[in-house]
Design a protein around this ligand. Structure first.
Ligand SMILES: [Zn+2]
Length: 132
């Protein structure tokens, strides 16, 4: 079923809220990474063990930033699809993605069937939205 105006409006709100939350999360992440780096530079020379943990945390931080950035890009794309009227239409089959799925993943670009096929085909590569 195609989205009603009311559903489109609701999803628009979901996207805006998620986007705002994600942006503040990313800002905090960046602040934390900057602060950690500063403390590393300012602190006394750590032993090898501390250093490897610090490296691990830094890597995790980057991975977290990467996921958030991917999601943010997906939401940006969803906003522009809302504007041009292609939002909620499956990228692969042109069918309706469906309100429930969009409500759960507002940046979804495929219906569940096509997403399942996509994930099987590209198993191990980046998650949904990578082909945007
Ligand atoms: Zn589809």
């Amino acid at each position: 079923m195609a989205l009603s105006d009311k559903q489109t409006q609701e999803l628009h709100t979901v996207i805006e809220q998620r986007r705002a939350a994600l942006l503040s999360e990313l800002r905090e992440d960046v602040e934390r990474v900057r602060k950690d780096r500063f403390e590393d530079l300012a602190g006394a020379a750590p032993d090898a063990g501390d250093e490897s943990v610090a490296t691990l945390i830094a890597d995790l931080d980057h991975a977290e930033l990467g996921r958030d950035l991917t999601e943010l890009r997906g939401l940006e794309a969803a906003r522009s699809r809302l504007t041009d009227g292609s939002y909620g239409i499956c990228l692969e089959c042109g069918g309706d993605i469906g309100y429930e799925r969009l409500r759960a993943s507002p940046a979804a670009v495929r219906c569940i069937d096509c997403q399942t096929v996509h994930e099987k085909t590209y198993a191990g590569s980046s998650p949904a939205g990578s082909s945007l």
